[in-house]
Design a protein around this ligand. Sequence first.
Ligand SMILES: Cc1cc2nc3c(=O)[nH]c(=O)nc-3n(C[C@H](O)[C@H](O)[C@H](O)COP(=O)(O)O)c2cc1C
Length: 500
Amino acid sequence: MDAPAPEPSPPPAPPAAAPAFVDPGAAEGLPALGATDFWEILYGRRSVRRFKQDLPPAELVERVVHAGTWAPSSCNYQMWDLVVVDDPELNRALGELSTQMANAPVNIVVSYGTGFSEEGMAGLQSASAMIQNMSLAAHALGLGTFWITAMGSAEKVRETVGLPRDRFVVAVLALGWPDYPEGKFPRAPKRRPMDEVSHENHYGGRAIPSSADPQAWESDLLGIYQRARVMNGLRHNKPRPWEVRALEESLDLLLPDGAEKRAPDAEGQAPRWLDVLPCTGILVERVSKRRPGFRFDVAERSRAVATFAGGRTRPKAGLFAWPVPAGEAAVALDEAPLPPVEAGAYDVVSCLFRLEGLPPLERERALATLASYLKPGGRLLLGLVSQRSFHDWTERLRARRGGPRGVEYVLSPDPSIGPFRAVDVAEVESAARAAGLTTTSRTGVQAVPQPEEIDFRTRNFAPRSRKLATLVGKGLATLERLPGVQARYGRFQFLLLTKA
Ligand SMILES: Cc1cc2nc3c(=O)[nH]c(=O)nc-3n(C[C@H](O)[C@H](O)[C@H](O)COP(=O)(O)O)c2cc1C
């Protein structure tokens, strides 16, 4: 006979010393609080970015702010100062600084005293605790919020709402009634697994590097990082029109075949194309649309990323594993492994702006692996950002202006997906030769920054500097038309290599 099931253990008793709750807001005349479940509020809060335009009742907004003031602050100094902006004119002015502030009927500008609690950035931490309190309180009241640090210019926000010079604006909290159709309330973006994030007594993990240098990264960590990026969807990875144009023009020049649509073929007779490390899938989506004559597969470091990228081709691409280099301690990605790529099976293999994310030795190995996937006579399409272009100057210019330098901000086509360094194209070519590939044709494009890029990169400059940058761009554009300049100095270099 089975042993009797053990008795379920009773829930832990609440701590006896907890004082009875007295609502401090009620004492200040705010409406009474309804009963809410703490865990539901904590886990159910989402960043809300679509709002009804009618103002929420003033007493609810006050309740939200009041909850903010009950956050902890360094030494309980409470040197925070808020401006609740519900005047449409002022909100329009804020919206001109950043479109993020043009969404909600209320924007709460949160600032802290510059000279207070500077050690350990305790002032900033206090203000952040306040913002989180307000976000949770708003959600408990049925309101929605989202946290805005992309304010355009924090200084201009401060001036617009008349805060004194010695307050620094930490963030703006957009507030209002959520406006989503039934069932369309934002779903929770996934969180990194607990055991990756939290350690007992002593840190026992391998932290994701913040450096943009490929040498600082191991392949499996890059896999984890990229998986986290795609889990957030594409909000942070928008295709840049000038980069897409470079790819499409070069594709038409180097690989014009396969642009005709073929009838679906049960035998799988269409020529096969493998795109390696597509990550967000922004590029493979475009390539597959432009070359419908091929059947597409993708190879990635993790199943989650492969699924994300492969889902962007029509029909959906087949999913395969990009091998983590041998001898490396592979951190389990905790997912069912993907099948390996079939050797010698592909008519075309492409690798677009991904070799720049690998350290040189691994790059050589990668080229040999790419070559092994091709049929005899098959072609490898490489997209590379060239060291011998203005690319690195753009990075230097950004660093001089005090721009952030971490991996999240490194300039690359398909941004925010990991480390990136422009490459020596001749070196890549010689490694490809060693892997049995011969360059059949090539093209270089965009030897100078394109007007759309100048416009985008200078969007937060003062109007005069912006005008100057546009003028310089126009001058450079004439240089680009000189014969041979793009081929030699083009930022984007595309090589078509053939396997013997
Ligand atoms: C410090 C900080 C800054 C943020 N800045 C922005 C921002 O400028 N724009 C935006 O749309 N969301 C911003 N967010 C919201 C995050 O994107 C959001 O919290 C995250 O994707 C998780 O989604 P969830 O809030 O729905 O859980 C910010 C969040 C924090 C904590």
